[in-house]
Design a protein around this ligand. Structure first.
Ligand code: FDA
Length: 314
């Protein structure tokens, strides 16, 4: 299957340091990056979320950076989150969780050789305290399957002090339906996505149709459960099924939300919001946009061609 091969190739490239350096330093058209990434600094992040707020959309900010292997880098990412939470609060955007933040544990120390878990959770705790002071929440992103247990353990530790910390579950993992059952407890914020990493068949469904079926099974568990489901997908079929399940479970519109990525299906984002649903946009910003952007390309090869052409035509 050529598209599966392209996807696997791109996911491989998303972790290739040499290619990252070449592409990040290439005179990439700002427009291409800007379509999916809000900019590089705190002020860009605030500006983008102010725009979304004006359109009635909620936000979650992701300071780009992952697989950080030095303590200095982990601290730098923590500081970026503390800074953006202050700026968002000053701009009045964090009230009632209007704009929150999404954090990758690997970006704040999880992969450090000594005490990585503890360092990451301590950094996350500082970010959670700043979010609490600003009146908003934090969701912990999920990365490749080798980190799932460690990340869920981190979420559990953080929830002891901050019960509103959100977790992300990936429908492509075979374990996820069971994780949904464990986590669909009162007040538990769960973001359900398909999953964006290149995983082996031993732990993940490889076939798109099987991933979608798993997504529906997980949605059923979450919608029938006592938690707060966050339906993170651009897939029209899954969005429709989520809506029907919410109706069937008599869920009020403030008891779950839809989520999509910045720049992907903006018309649909607005449509769902205008129809009275809570719609949250995941907004990445920062100069480490390479891994994020290449994962988006892998999802939609048409975008990869668009990106490649803009590199070549410069
Ligand atoms: P998929 O990519 O299969 O697309 C399904 C359909 O959606 C397409 O057939 C098309 O109809 C439509 N569509 C998709 N892209 C489109 C486009 N550009 N234009 C028009 N139509 C389009 N992953 C992860 O592993 N860990 C994480 O922590 C997160 N976090 C996260 C947060 C949020 C808020 C979102 C929305 C996503 C994530 N993800 C993630 C990424 C996620 O796992 C997944 O890779 C992407 O959302 C793409 O999957 P879809 O569900 O959108 O379906």
């Amino acid at each position: 299957d050529p598209s599966a091969a392209l996807r696997a190739g791109l996911l491989g490239l998303s972790r290739n340091d040499k290619v990252r350096r070449v592409v990040q330093n290439a005179p990439v058209s700002r427009d291409v990056v800007r379509r999916y990434v809000a900019g590089e600094g705190t002020s860009d992040a605030v500006e983008a979320t102010t725009g979304l707020h004006g359109q009635g959309l909620l936000g979650t900010l992701d300071f780009l950076g992952e697989d950080c292997t030095d303590l200095e880098g982990a601290r730098h990412t923590r500081d970026a989150y503390l800074d953006v939470l202050r700026a968002l609060s000053d701009a009045g955007l964090t009230e009632r969780g209007g704009v929150e933040v999404s954090v990758k544990l690997s970006a704040i120390g999880q992969a450090l050789p000594h005490d990585g878990h503890k360092i990451a959770v301590d950094h996350a705790r500082e970010i959670c305290a700043a979010a609490a002071a600003a009146g908003t929440t934090v969701t912990i992103d999920m990365e490749d399957h080798t980190t799932t247990d460690d990340t869920l353990e981190g979420v559990r530790e953080l929830r002891a002090d901050f019960p509103w910390v959100g977790a992300v579950l990936q429908a492509y993992l075979r374990r996820t339906e069971a994780d949904c059952r464990d986590l669909a407890t009162a007040g538990s914020r769960i973001r359900l996505c398909k999953g964006a990493y290149d995983e082996p068949g031993s732990v993940a469904y490889l076939d798109k149709a099987h991933v979608d079926l798993s997504y529906v099974r997980c949605l059923k568990v979450l919608m029938h459960g006592d938690g707060y489901p966050m339906v993170a997908s651009h897939d029209p079929r899954l969005i429709q099924i989520a809506g029907s399940l919410a109706d069937r479970c008599l869920r009020a519109s403030d008891s779950f939300e839809y989520q999509m990525l910045y720049g992907i299906r903006p018309d649909e984002q607005q449509r769902l919001s205008d129809a009275g649903h809570q719609m949250r946009i995941y907004v990445p910003y920062g100069d480490q946009w390479y891994g994020y952007l290449v994962r988006r390309m892998a999802e939609r090869p048409a975008n990869a061609m668009f990106f490649a052409r803009s590199l070549i035509s410069r």
